[in-house]
Design a protein around this ligand. Structure first.
Ligand code: SF4
Ligand code: SF4
Length: 371
């Protein structure tokens, strides 16, 4: 049965440290041990002081690092901030100060490796350090997100997509919330963190995930050995149906189980958080969104040799963008919303997503500039 551990917490380090040790003991399944390389993946969205509640609190990371060192394992903290350099985030976020006496490596994700996260996305470039670590500890922040409602454990793994590749994946998959949520779930599943710890001691409500949100003290830490379970636990504490959280809805469609989640630890009752109005997910200025989708986002194409003209893709397409033709099927890319349902359903593997020429050029330019 899915389980999550909920503990009361404060940023008074003498009180916080034993709580984190106890949670890590309960959740770590004995996987953090001597000489293991433990990759700690916080939420380091942007340079911000801990009082802004935008990033995982430095003292939560300190507790996790001390736990890893206590087990004689080798901790590394890495992330790829969406805004600002890794070094600036460490400095302004108080991480350098909090971790200064500890034997921990701090380095940004820099090298990607292509890895198959499953259909319909196929190979995605993820941080090699996260893929190769012996153990990944996911140290997320409990905060609102104007596009995905909440940023919790599953979404934190999107930081393993390095730099502007994040934008590229937003371009490719961010045409609707369901597709993007599914991308997040499949990236999370590929990294498969052993422990997820969500810092909700000072959470963020309103128009998160950045500084537009408002810090809200909740005084909780939520942990689980499955990020989906931790996220479901937060929903339960908020009295929120899991189907309202796009990542959990996507996980349900993938037949992943996360409810009913059993809450262990402190009985804290209900928590409340002002949730944002969901904003459109499309990338770029509104008047260019159609153009971006048509010209930059990967589009479904058919292999006429494989197509058996079964009509499944025609039937499932929500935009009525697929029509049968003489040899196979053809696509009208103007109404196509790039949901990739057709690729998913084709029983003969006759469809795949292909880059457009402008999309390819954009990727090369990004690569040239090291993005
Ligand atoms: S053709 Fe239809 S099913 Fe296929 S990606 Fe476009 S909108 Fe989705
Ligand atoms: S689902 Fe596949 S095989 Fe069937 S018509 Fe579409 S492309 Fe052809």
């Amino acid at each position: 049965m899915p389980e999550a551990l909920v503990r009361r917490g404060t940023y008074d380090y003498s009180a916080l440290r034993p709580v984190i040790f106890e949670m890590m003991d309960a959740l770590g399944q004995g996987r953090i041990k001597e000489n293991r390389r433990v990759l700690i993946k916080p939420n380091l969205l942007s340079p911000a002081t801990p009082a802004k509640a935008v990033t995982t609190h430095p003292l939560v990371l300190k507790g996790v690092v001390e736990y890893v060192l206590d087990k004689k394992a080798c901790p590394v903290i890495s992330d790829s901030p969406a805004i600002g350099s890794f070094d600036r985030v460490l400095r302004e976020g108080g991480y350098r100060e909090a971790l200064k006496d500890l034997d921990v490596v701090l380095k940004p994700f820099s090298v990607s490796a292509k890895t198959d996260i499953g259909r319909p996305f196929g190979a995605v470039e993820l941080a090699e350090a996260a893929l190769k670590a012996d153990v990944v500890v996911n140290c997320a922040k409990l905060k609102t997100h104007s596009q995905m409602l909440l940023t919790l454990g599953v979404k934190n793994m999107f930081g393993c997509v390095i730099g502007l590749k994040k934008s590229e994946w937003h371009l490719r998959s961010g045409v609707d919330r369901e597709t993007f949520a599914r991308l997040l779930v499949q990236i999370h599943n590929r990294i498969a963190p052993a422990v997820t710890l969500i810092d909700g001691i000072l959470a963020l409500e309103g128009h998160g995930p950045g500084k537009g949100g408002t810090p809200k003290p909740l005084g909780i830490l939520v942990g689980s050995r499955e990020a989906l379970w931790a996220d479901a636990a937060v929903c339960r504490l908020l009295g929120l149906s899991p189907d309202r959280l796009p990542t959990l809805a996507a996980a349900r469609r993938l037949d992943l189980s996360f409810v009913p989640v059993r809450l262990l630890g402190d009985d804290i009752g209900k928590i409340s958080l002002r949730l944002p109005e969901l904003a459109p997910l499309s990338f770029g200025p509104r008047r260019f969104q159609g153009l971006i989708r048509r010209h930059l986002v990967q589009r479904p194409v058919v292999d006429p040799v494989r197509c058996r003209q079964c009509g499944e893709c025609v039937a499932i397409c929500p935009a009525k963008a697929v029509t049968p033709d003489e040899k196979a099927v053809s696509f009208d890319y103007d109404p196509c919303i790039r949901c990739y349902c057709c690729i998913e359903i084709c029983p003969h593997g006759a469809l795949h997503a292909a880059e457009t020429l402008p999309g390819k050029l954009l990727r090369r330019v990004m690569k040239y500039w090291g993005m």
